[in-house]
Design a protein around this ligand. Structure first.
Ligand code: PAF
Length: 288
């Protein structure tokens, strides 16, 4: 551990995190929470840097949440890289990393009480990953209760997650501001994701189908939703290694598919399997 990373307080118990934050709050400090599952990349660091602009104390949680993985998903294989994550956080202004064990977060093993993501939680990502959003909201709710931050930060790349977290905060009257930070992309457009590390060189090239389809969608936006879908689907056709899962234009207020004649703000969501890696991306657009 370098001198810089050793300045970050790494805490593994809820009691220790609460004690630290109580002390800092007593001195008048505001708190920002950046929930993550680790395997940090520039997208996460952008969240942390923004958090440091918004609050006096920044806490990053690193917890690979079993509740949001289905039985056939990559829970065991999901990258756990705490030392590299602490090194990456060294110069971002983070004060504490909360990295609990599964037994700290779920001491009784089986969880009886979950937050239900509702009907939007069963669409798109939720249709392919049943229970994913209930598990995600349950852990986010726990983290918000544990840290009681003034603001919590999430990346726009997980647009449906952002929608559901905001909805939970509103539905449950949680006194927390949700700040959404734009997607960070590679130079060629690929959205940063912890899962990109699973891609080999060919798959990495093929994965550009997602961002290319979104670029095509954005260009077609003035012509309406049907044209957006046609152009975006066309961009996918060129990549044989990519199995599209869904491509949909949704209303940002309801997160339901827009009508063909819709105008105004919308979000294009895309998901695809590249080899065995599932990737998602999205693009806010304005329909003409
Ligand atoms: O986006 C993620 O990394 C996770 O879904 C989150 C919000 C940290 C909850 O486990």
């Amino acid at each position: 551990m370098t001198e810089l990373t050793s300045r970050i307080r790494t805490l593994s118990t809820i009691a220790d995190l609460r004690a630290l934050l109580a002390e800092r709050r007593a001195g008048g400090a505001s708190v920002a929470l950046v929930p993550t599952m680790g395997a940090l990349h520039e997208g996460h660091l952008a969240l942390v840097r923004r958090a440091a602009e918004l609050a006096d104390v920044v806490v990053v949680s690193i917890f690979v949440n079993p509740l949001q993985f289905g039985p056939s998903e990559d829970l065991d294989k999901y990258p756990r890289t705490l030392d590299a994550d602490l090194a990456a956080l060294a110069e971002t202004g983070v004060d504490a990393v909360f990295a609990p064990a599964v037994a700290e977060m779920y001491p009784d093993g089986d969880v009886q009480t979950r937050v239900a993501a509702g009907s939007v939680g069963t669409l798109y990502e939720g249709a392919s990953r049943p229970g994913h959003f209930d598990g995600m909201l349950t852990v986010v709710s726990k983290l918000l209760h544990i840290a009681q931050p003034d603001v919590a930060l999430f990346g726009q790349k997980d647009a449906q997650q952002v929608f559901l977290v905001k909805r939970m905060v509103r539905d449950l009257d949680l006194p927390i501001e949700i700040e959404v930070v734009p997607t960070v992309r590679e130079h060629d457009g690929l959205a940063l994701s912890s899962r990109n590390r699973y891609l080999d060189a060919d798959q990495r090239r093929a994965a550009l189908a997602l961002s290319e389809s979104l670029k095509a969608a954005e260009q077609a936006a003035p012509s309406g939703a049907a044209e957006v879908l046609a152009e975006a689907e066309g961009a996918f056709g060129a990549h044989e290694d990519v199995q599209p899962d869904y491509l949909v234009v949704v209303d940002p207020v309801t997160f339901l598919p827009v009508a063909d004649d819709a105008t105004g703000p919308a979000v294009v969501l895309v998901a695809a399997r590249v080899g065995s890696t599932r990737l998602i991306d999205n693009q806010p657009i304005t329909l003409g």
